[in-house]
Design a protein around this ligand. Structure first.
Ligand SMILES: C[S@@+](CC[C@H](N)C(=O)[O-])C[C@H]1O[C@@H](n2cnc3c(N)ncnc32)[C@H](O)[C@@H]1O
Length: 198
């Protein structure tokens, strides 16, 4: 399995812009989705757990799926007696899990996924009845967000195109909200939160 994030894992949490972005996304999720203490969630593309640990505080358990061993090792270091994410290093689009979830969250990972139809079909199959998705990523951009576009399959997303794909994959109550802006020297980049249910 190719690991484009291996070399980034060590320094991932040292960028305050990333940490702040994950906290903003967690707040946006909490204000739009009713999280309850009995919920079992998945963070898809969990990385070092910047989003996952924040959301885990409001639910029962969290599985963190990622294809980068390096990122998951950093996540493991942050697991404590009180807050633990179960790391799974697997491409679940190719090899689905047996487990089902009450919700699937994700931050800044969708643009790394080549086939959106395969992705949304896969995550739908991992959800319990009435389960939710809450996925944050970049609005359409000009390809300058990353300094190196290796492993980037989408330069952000167009709201209408993305909503259509999600609906066509069988989701309902599809909502798209602009939740924040990441300011970089070259320009500003909008971040959206997509929520839906099965
Ligand atoms: C930009 S990072 C975001 C990490 C974390 N969600 C955050 O906000 O800090 C994207 C993550 O997605 C993971 N990833 C890329 N393709 C993946 C796939 N097919 N399945 C699971 N994880 C994937 C990468 O290894 C990386 O950890």
């Amino acid at each position: 399995m190719k690991d484009n994030f291996e070399h980034k894992a060590k320094e991932w949490d040292s960028k305050s812009i990333r940490v702040q972005n994950a906290l903003t996304i967690a707040e946006a999720i909490k204000s739009r989705v009713k999280l309850t203490p009995d919920m079992h969630l998945m963070d898809f593309g969990v990385g070092t757990g910047l989003l996952g640990f924040e959301v885990l505080k409001d639910v029962k358990s969290m599985v963190g799926v990622d294809t980068s061993k390096g990122m998951l090792e950093k996540l493991q270091d942050k697991n404590s007696d009180t807050l633990q994410i179960k790391p799974i290093c697997q491409d679940i689009i190719e090899n689905p899990l047996r487990d089902k979830f009450d919700g699937i969250i994700s931050s800044m990972t969708l643009h790394h996924i080549e086939s959106l139809t395969k992705f949304f079909t896969t995550i739908k199959n991992h959800l319990n009845n009435n389960g939710f998705i809450a996925i944050a990523d970049l609005e359409s951009e000009d390809g300058t967000f990353h300094s190196d576009n290796t492993g980037v399959f989408h330069f952000g997303f167009d709201k209408d195109e993305l909503c259509k794909i999600v609906k066509d994959c069988g989701f309902k109550d599809v909502e798209f909200n602009n939740i924040s802006i990441i300011k970089k020297p070259q320009r500003d980049f909008g971040i959206f939160l997509l929520t839906a249910r099965v």
